[in-house]
Each structure stands twice: as C-alpha cells, then as structure tokens.
Write a protein that binds this ligand. Structure first.
Ligand code: HMG
Ligand code: MG
Length: 302
C-alpha cells in the first residue's frame, strides 16, 4: 500500500467549523481557539472569512480576530474571500493566503454565492490576479464534489473542470470538498483521480465532512491515490450554512491519530490539538465530536 510519508493538515475549524455553529462565538473565544491551534505544530490555519455578514453572520468580526491573534512562526493564516470586496478587506489583515470558493454544482453555487459557476470564476479571476500582485498565496475550493444537497449526483468531469479552472487561475492548492459528507471511499478516489488529470496531485487537497461517518475511510482512499493535503476541523466543528443537514468536518484529532498511527508524519502534537478542541468545546458547551478526544478523556478519567 502506497501512502505519503508526510501529510499537510489544513485546520479549517475557526472558519468552516465556527461559521455553522448555532451559537455565536465571541471574537475573544475565536482568538483563543486560533492561538491554541497555533502552538500545535499545524502549518496552515483558516482563521475566518471576508464574506457578507448578512449571508454568514458567524464570520462577522474576522478582521478583529486577525488583529488580535498571536501569530506563530511557520504558520500560514488564511481567509475565505468571495469577491474583490472581500479581497480588499483581507489585505489589511496580515494574512499569508486567501481562498476563493467555487462549486461543481450550479444550484449550490447560486445558494452559496448568489451566482452561476461561470460567473463565480469570472469574479474570481481579478481576485486571483490581485493576490498574485500582493504576494499572497491562493487556495481554491470546489464544493459538492461527491453530491449536492439540491441536485443530488454531481459529475466528476464537472469537478475536474472547476478544479482545473481554479488551478489555471493561480491556485497553489485546490481543495475538493465533500460539502455534505455523502461520499464513500471508492467514489472519493475516482473523483480525486479524475481531478488529478487536470490539476497536479501535489496541488490537490481533500476536504471531507463526516455526515455519513465516511470521512476517515475517504481520506485513506485518497491518500492511497496520492493526496497529501487534508483539511480537518478540531473537535469536528462545523458544517455549511447552505447545505442543510451537513455535519462538521472530519475531526483533526482523528485524522492526526490515524496518520501518525500509520507512520505518516503530520508535525502536529495530538495532545496540544486535544487541548485546543477541549477549549472550544467548553466554550460551545457541548461535547467534542472527535472520537480520539473522547477516548483520551475516558482514559484520563478511568
Ligand atoms: P450578493 O448579495 O449577490 O452580493 O452576495 P452583492 O455584491 O450584491 O452585495 C450585497 C451586499 O453584501 C452589499 O451590502 C455588499 O456590500 C455586501 P449592502 O449594500 O446590502 O449593505 N458584500 C459584502 N460584505 C462583506 N464582505 C464582502 C461582501 N461582498 C458583498 N466580501 C456574496 C454575494 C458572495 C457576497 C454572498 O453570497 C456571500 O457573502 N456568500 C458567502 C457564502 C459563504 O461564506 N459560504 C460559506 C463558505 S463556503 C463553504 O463552507 C464550503 C467549503 O467549506 C468547502 C466545502 O465544504 O465544500 C469552502
Ligand atoms: Mg466545508
């Protein structure tokens, strides 16, 4: 079985996670979460988004969050931007990367960013140009890569088309998102392999929500196909406001435990990660979704 020796984990909890929590999380608590994540050894943290607060109220205050965090050396802090307005706002926030986000499904594109896929790509092109001029790394997302809450099945050719367009636009990394967590391992692998015909495998990331409990299995299937960048959210935070029923991202603790257990290096301290997850779970007043964090807690209590 071939799997990479080293995997980069992109922590999306402070953005993809908190954007969909029922409870409002204060700027101070968002800062505390990011600061706790910054000392875990993670190299990439998605810290917020510069989108319309009317569309995603939970991400309001992202500029304040970025102004208050303690930046750790070697960590790339990133934010989502949907258009030029978001890009201009993001530039003032001392970040290393901006992420643009498109969809493989027309219906989801309209619900999420109020335009067609083609219009979104037209809108992103000048944002990408500006990111390059400012020396900011660019990441791209493709949503609904294994199914859409409105359209159902999504063609892997459509996924590859959008992924290829984002890569040609200058995205150093294109993350393939199973937004509603419906995918299963062989479908995930086929989708990734199809996308890798249009985008180099080294520039692809996988992004699984765990709605149907398939995320770890999907990640393993994708690692075997050559993926080496994995998105995850500490404590399994999150979901998507425009994808009803979608649960959180796969928990970062669970991904790190699986990878390190297989001898794949992540550079992340599981203990520090569990501590960051405990912090935000306490803030939210709910139990973590991470099975590893729960098991560790039991081991301490028994
Ligand atoms: P629109 O209504 O078509 O935009 O929304 P508009 O340009 O007509 O502007 C309308 C209003 O929004 C104006 O304010 C603008 O100023 C304001 P008003 O005059 O009404 O007071 N506005 C903004 N405000 C702040 N920041 C901005 C911005 N842009 C416009 N950047 C828009 C279009 C794209 C803005 C909107 O649909 C939007 O913000 N959508 C964001 C959706 C979102 O963030 N979704 C979650 C992230 S995607 C995701 O989670 C999936 C992912 O995790 C991968 C996966 O799992 O698949 C990435
Ligand atoms: Mg997501």
């Amino acid at each position: 079985m071939h799997i990479p020796d080293h995997v980069k984990i992109v922590e999306v909890g402070p953005r993809d996670g908190l954007q969909n929590e029922a409870q409002v999380v204060s700027v101070q608590a968002r800062v505390a979460l990011i600061d706790a994540l910054s000392v875990t050894g993670l190299s990439a943290i998605e810290a917020g988004s510069f989108v319309s607060p009317k569309w995603v109220p939970r991400m309001a205050g992202s500029a304040e969050v970025l102004a208050a965090i303690t930046r750790a050396p070697g960590v790339c802090y990133s934010v989502l931007v949907p258009n030029m307005q978001g890009m201009v706002a993001a530039e003032a926030s001392d970040i290393g990367e901006v992420a643009i986000f498109a969809s493989a499904s027309e219906a989801f594109s309209r619900k999420n960013i109020n335009c067609s896929i083609a219009e979104s790509l037209d809108r992103f092109a000048p944002v990408a140009e500006r990111a390059a001029q400012r020396g900011l790394r660019l990441r791209g997302y493709v949503s609904c890569v294994l199914g859409c809450p409105y359209e159902g099945a999504v063609s892997i050719d459509a996924v590859a088309r959008v992924a290829g367009a984002l890569h040609r636009m200058g995205c150093a990394e294109v993350s393939l998102g199973d937004t509603i967590g419906v995918g299963t391992p062989l479908a995930a692998r086929r989708m990734l392999e199809r996308a890798a015909r249009d985008v180099p495998m080294a520039a692809l990331a996988v992004h699984f929500h765990d709605t149907y409990g398939q995320a770890l299995a999907n990640i393993l299937a994708c690692l075997q196909a050559g993926a080496a960048v994995v998105d995850a959210a500490v404590a399994g935070l999150g979901g998507c406001p425009y994808a009803k029923g979608a649960t959180g991202n796969v928990a970062t603790e669970d991904v790190v435990y699986m990878l390190e257990g297989m001898g794949v290096r992540t550079g992340v301290s599981l203990d520090a990660l569990v501590a960051a997850g405990a912090l935000i779970s306490a803030e939210l007043g709910r139990e973590t979704v991470s099975r590893v964090a729960k098991a560790r807690k039991q081991a301490v209590l028994s």
